[in-house]
Design a protein around this ligand. Structure first.
Ligand code: FE2
Ligand code: FE2
Length: 134
């Protein structure tokens, strides 16, 4: 199912919410390109995803370091795993001539995004707000 932004994903920190929204729209483009079966568009969509994931993850990591967020270690490790997964994704997609495998990979990304956002990102919200990040 193509991913769509829902109001309930809003965490209440403006810059982070904007980045998460953008991330969802990049994922949804990736889904579109996959269904259109255009290898060039798919390639571009993955590069965009990679670039934006790095940007967003670095923005969160920097805030963790700056504010010395108590749960930063485990959160940064999760981010790293995700970036590694995206690095492998291009490879997996180019090797797989099975559309279902590709759809499963994108589904995984979408699930990761929502569950990371709702479980891990949500936890830093009170700490960020207390420290003036709004
Ligand atoms: Fe995030
Ligand atoms: Fe995060």
């Amino acid at each position: 199912m193509p991913i769509k932004w829902k109001n309930e994903y809003t965490l209440g920190i403006k810059t982070i919410d904007m980045q998460h929204k953008k991330f969802v729209s990049i994922l949804s483009n990736l889904n579109d390109s996959l269904h259109k079966l255009e290898p060039k568009a798919l390639d571009e969509a993955i590069s965009k995803l990679k670039e934006y994931s790095k940007y967003h993850i670095e923005a969160e990591n920097k805030l963790f370091e700056k504010l010395d967020y108590p749960d930063k270690k485990i959160h940064i490790e999760e981010h790293e795993k995700f970036l590694k997964y995206i690095d492998d994704l291009k490879d997996k997609l180019s090797k797989s001539n099975n559309i279902q495998t590709s759809i499963d990979l994108i589904d995984y990304l979408e699930d990761w995004m929502i569950s990371h956002e709702q479980n891990m990102d949500k936890k830093y919200v009170p700490f960020f707000i207390k420290n003036g990040v709004i």
